[in-house]
Write a protein that binds this ligand. Structure first.
Ligand code: AIR
Length: 441
């Protein structure tokens, strides 16, 4: 499904806007712009992204082509986005005054992670800041329990789950009842704050589940229990929505997870029926519209062994399952996110090739002796069509430090494109060719 007609869910007939009313944005340059030597821009609006990780870094990259410069609130000057943006506010996403400083003079405030306290966002909204997505939508990406309850209310399919909040004894009872009902094929998940495999515990028996529950309860971590779904694979339906009500969906992709985090993305998902793909896109677009999401949103889905779709997670920000769009789609998720939060017309979501595969460059268990620079030289020499994206991050085991996109050649087999992408990414992670290739032999 390409762009869905301009104003499908438009509630008002005018362009909503931050630019006109919310912040008086262009009127004032940020207070310390001069100190940061940023020339005053009279027409191009400033967007602020909270968080200085790779998602902000790649959003900044897209902002450059639009004549803009993403402002980032980063914890330190060495954060991936702070290394590259000329408009950096150093501070904490937990501190309301830091958030205010970052928002001053910007037309929209958006996010590279889910960690900003909702009460701060509500305070900023009350002060007229255009928070995008708004706090009323973001709550469903931050809070897994609220998301599951809301989706069930809206008739969207979610795995069976149990709420483990409240009194310890009662919650333990609910966990035992739920576990027994599902033969202990269950997963425990932190309601807030988990990502990339953090905050998820896969258990297969009662004592282990109760041990995890007790430990997390004592640490003040709120949990839900969820049935472990019999799935064929995981999918992601990425869409964008603007305040104007325009929606756009990229092809549905298959995500391959390893050690609890995304390792590979195949776009579009191989052998997915057109009917299922469209159902996934419609679910994602409809939910974004119902919740008033602004920006890009990833709806992560399980495709069950009997062909059903269940919603697993939501992310209301650029997402790993959309990195392939940087090279494999007409409009990348990063540019689209900016267009949406600025309330510009959305870009074309069509793929540029029959298949594109993204493979994450993850920090190796033991960082190789060969420098990243030398690894990059070798990859470029061997695979000139590999699109390399490095995040400027230190190598730590399993940390996402970059990714490689391979855009398939016409008629190239999906498996061959995937093999090339994974070979390239593994080389960058481990300085080891998975096919045993040796340039000197
Ligand atoms: N991120 C946010 N939610 C999920 C992911 N992967 C990105 C954001 C964030 C960065 O990962 O860009 O800033 C944090 O990465 P790390 O490796 O420092 O934990």
């Amino acid at each position: 499904m390409p762009l869905s007609g301009g104003n499908a869910d438009r509630a008002t007939m005018y362009r909503v806007t931050a630019r006109d009313s919310d912040t008086g944005a262009n009127a004032a340059a940020p207070p310390d712009a001069a100190a940061r030597a940023i020339p005053e821009r009279d027409v191009l609006p400033t967007v602020t992204m909270i968080g200085g990780g790779q998602l902000a870094r790649m959003t900044h990259q897209a902002s450059i082509a639009l004549g803009e410069c993403l402002r980032v609130l980063a914890a330190s000057a060495t954060d991936p986005a702070a290394q590259v943006s000329a408009d950096v506010v150093i501070g904490s996403h937990d501190d309301l005054d830091d958030l205010r400083r970052a928002a001053a003079g910007a037309v929209a405030l958006t996010f590279d992670h889910e960690g900003v306290p909702l009460e701060h966002l509500r305070a900023l909204e009350a002060e007229g800041v255009a928070v995008r997505p708004p706090s009323a939508a973001l709550v469903f990406a931050q809070d897994k329990r609220a998301m599951r309850v809301k989706l069930s209310e809206l008739g969207l399919p979610v795995p069976d789950f149990a709420d483990l909040a409240g009194d310890l004894g009662l919650a333990r009872g609910r966990l035992v009842e739920f576990g027994e009902r599902h033969g202990w094929n269950i997963v425990l998940k932190a309601v807030r704050g988990g990502y990339d495999g953090r905050g998820v515990w896969i258990v297969d028996n009662g004592p282990d589940a109760l041990a995890v529950f007790d430990e997390q309860f004592n640490a003040g971590v709120d949990l839900i229990a969820e049935e472990k779904v019999q799935m064929r694979r995981e999918l992601s339906a990425m869409i964008a929505r603007s305040p104007f009500g325009q929606g756009g969906a990229w092809p549905v992709v298959e995500t391959v997870q390893r050690r609890g985090q995304c390792a590979v993305v195949i776009a579009p998902a191989p052998e997915l029926s057109a009917e299922t793909a469209e159902r996934a896109q419609e679910m994602s677009l409809r939910l974004a519209s119902e919740l008033g999401v602004v920006g890009v949103m990833a709806m992560e889905l399980f495709e069950t062994t009997d062909g059903e779709l269940l919603v697993n997670e939501l992310a209301m920000r650029p997402h790993n399952s959309g990195h392939w769009t940087m090279d494999g789609a007409v409009t990348s998720q990063f540019e689209q996110h900016l267009r949406a939060v600025l309330d510009y017309p959305l870009g074309d979501t069509a793929p540029r090739a029959e298949v594109t595969v993204m493979a994450n460059i993850l920090g190796a268990a033991q960082a190789p002796e060969m420098s990243m620079d030398e690894r990059t030289h070798h990859l470029m020499a061997r695979m000139p069509d590999a699109r390399i994206h490095l995040y400027g991050k230190g190598e730590r085991p399993d940390r996402k430090i970059g990714h490689v996109n391979i855009v398939g050649k016409p008629g190239e087999d999906v498996a061959a494109v995937r093999e090339r992408a994974e070979r390239a990414a593994h080389w960058m992670s481990d300085a080891e060719w998975t096919d045993g290739w040796d340039p000197h032999s």
